[in-house]
Design a protein around this ligand. Structure first.
Ligand code: ADP
Ligand code: MG
Length: 559
């Protein structure tokens, strides 16, 4: 047996590790399973290229709880390590990696919320274990090795009689971490971090029904059999080629991602790029409501099929955080703060790539099946309008497919609308006046009045529409949005066209005097002449700018 000292410069790194990542203790399991996965994939590679002359087989990773012994086992059938390799990779490299990591991030990391996502590796086991053993047998023809360390810089290394290839890590769970001996807790962790890792992970067994033979009698009871409980799907949809997937595959992957979500997504976008950065993923457009406080944090970020976080702020543009799905990229730096992320060149490129892909997909949906696109418009407009407001690049692209529905249910693109109304909807200064209603019922009579005059009236009712109108007014030349009940709709309405009120002059004067008493003149104006209907003898209008100012004050803070 060898006894030795891990070469430590800090007096004792283990208490530091433990204290440091307090809130992130649970990541130890992901780290150990990542190592087991790496070891298995390395062996696969070596057998493929002929450098390892062993049978690769169908390796699994197993996680086992020994509640009585207070131990947690992580067992793989990967390439294993010789004693020299344990000495080198565990005592020296893993250690210096952990030390370097701590050194670098112990001050900055705490509040960034992202630290601990990667980097601490094998030594993160000491966050939850008072003693760690490694029993490992290399695929090379050498005896197995047994390494033990109790969280001090001292370790022992001796031969072991293990004969199967691979590595078993045994964690002697510390008194304050016994939650990690609970089946439910481990199951949650495995589901959270390892649900899509590339090697099958076994956690216990489960009972399943054996399929009955065709000719079985109707009252035959299905037999049960016990099978391995594999917690992951090693080949998730996003790792496949879009050409190999049907619409149904995307839908079932959506259900796999969100088992509690019963509504189907409207459509998906498969991301797949390997230059100048690596990124794969699938984004889904769920049905959106007009509620801006829609739940975000629904896109999951993975790194080589290992779950990292469901907070992708800074990586995808804000307006797309309303989408769902997964992004997998080894090129996103994870041990850094959000503000650093946003400034990172690679991350910027990723963000604009995603924006472009989403815009392109929307464009092709629009081109390929406009009817369907129009039918979905109400459920997706909030994302598109928000994107047009916040990302100029997106605005440029979305201009071709953003829709402006009218109160009659026609959907115009901006260009179509422009061509339709340019001849007869200008004010006296030659400005194009786009009329819109925000509430069909409340503004009904105004809408009808405008329609009688042959004007198009849009129905714009999303909560950010006043911002979008302002954006359009500042981007497009010489246009103005005017709500149908605003006072200067008057300017449009040519006097000779107007229907004359049925009220007598006397009645009008009477009514006007009365109304002026109750309605503050600086806020509203009263219109009597233009109305002909009995049910609506007069209109009260409000200057457009005043109403909009009020609206912007209401929604402005949240944007
Ligand atoms: P990293 O995974 O980033 O290299 P770790 O601290 O997680 O850092 O692991 C250090 C090294 O220990 C690995 O690079 C690998 O060589 C070795 N190792 C860890 N776990 C295993 C395992 N299950 N099988 C084989 N080698 C392993
Ligand atoms: Mg590792």
């Amino acid at each position: 047996m060898t006894k030795g000292n891990i070469n430590v410069s800090v007096e004792n790194i283990f208490p530091l590790i433990k204290k440091f990542l307090y809130s992130d203790h649970e990541i130890f399991l992901r780290e150990l399973i990542s190592n087991a996965t790496d070891a298995t994939l390395k062996l696969k590679h070596l057998t493929n290229i002929g450098d390892a002359k062993v049978e690769y087989g169908n390796p699994q990773i197993e996680v086992k709880i020994d509640k009585k012994g207070k131990k947690l086992h992580i067992i793989d059938q990967g390439l294993g390590m010789t004693s020299e390799e344990v000495e080198k990779y565990i005592n020296q490299i893993a250690f210096s990696g952990a030390e370097e990591f701590l050194d670098k991030y112990k001050d900055s990391g705490k509040d960034s919320g992202i630290i601990g996502h990667f980097g601490l590796g094998f030594y993160s086991a000491f966050m939850v274990a008072e003693k760690v053993e490694i029993i490992t047998k290399s695929f090379k023809d050498e005896p197995a090795a047994h390494w033990t360390c109790d969280g001090s810089p001292e370790f022992t290394l001796e031969p072991h009689d293990k004969t199967e290839r691979g590595t078993e890590i045994i964690l002697h769970i510390a008194e304050d971490s016994t939650e990690f001996l609970e089946e439910a807790r481990i199951n949650d962790l495995l589901t959270k971090y390892n649900k899509f890792m590339p090697i099958p992970i076994k956690f216990g067994t489960k009972e399943v029904n054996v399929a009955l033979p065709e000719d079985a009698p109707e009252d035959a009871k299905p037999e049960k059999k016990t099978v391995d409980n594999i917690i992951n799907n090693p080949n998730p949809a996003w790792t496949k080629q879009p050409a190999d997937l049907e619409d149904e595959n995307y839908k079932s992957f959506y259900r796999e991602l969100y088992p509690m979500q019963f509504e189907e997504p409207l459509f998906h976008i498969h991301l797949n790029v390997d230059y100048p950065f690596n990124l794969t993923g699938i984004l889904y457009f769920p049905k959106m409501t007009n509620d801006l406080n829609i739940q975000k944090d629904k896109i999951q970020l993975y790194q080589n099929q290992v779950f990292v976080t469901d907070n992708v702020e800074g990586i995808v543009p804000e307006f797309l955080t309303m989408l769902r799905g997964v992004i997998d990229s080894p090129d996103i730096p994870l041990n850094v703060s959000r503000s650093y992320l946003q400034a990172d060149g690679a991350v910027k490129k990723i963000s604009s790539y995603i924006t472009r892909k989403v815009a392109d997909k929307l464009k092709s949906l629009f081109n390929e099946n406009r009817e369907d696109f129009e039918a979905k418009w109400n459920d997706i407009k909030i994302v598109i309008e928000y994107g047009m407001l916040s990302e100029d690049k997106f605005f440029e692209k979305a201009d071709a497919f953003a829709l402006y529905p009218t109160v009659d249910g026609t959907h115009y693109t901006y260009e179509e609308l422009f061509n339709k109304i340019k001849a007869n909807q200008t004010d006296k200064d030659g400005k194009l006046v786009i009329l819109y209603a925000s509430n069909e019922d409340a503004q009904h009579s105004y809408i009808e009045a405008a329609k009688t005059k042959g004007y198009e009236v849009l129905l714009l009712d999303s909560p950010i529409v006043s911002h979008l109108m302002q954006k359009l007014e500042s981007t497009k030349e010489n246009i103005t949005f005017t709500r149908v009940d605003a006072d200067h709709v008057d300017n449009l309405i040519k006097k000779e066209d107007t229907k004359i009120s049925k009220l007598t002059e006397e009645q009008k004067t009477e009514l006007e005097t009365l109304l002026k008493e109750v309605i503050p003149a600086e806020k509203f104006s009263v219109q009597l002449e233009t109305m002909d209907s009995e049910s609506t003898p007069f209109m009260i209008t409000q200057p457009e700018f005043m109403r909009r100012m009020k609206e912007m004050q209401q929604t402005g803070g949240g944007m």
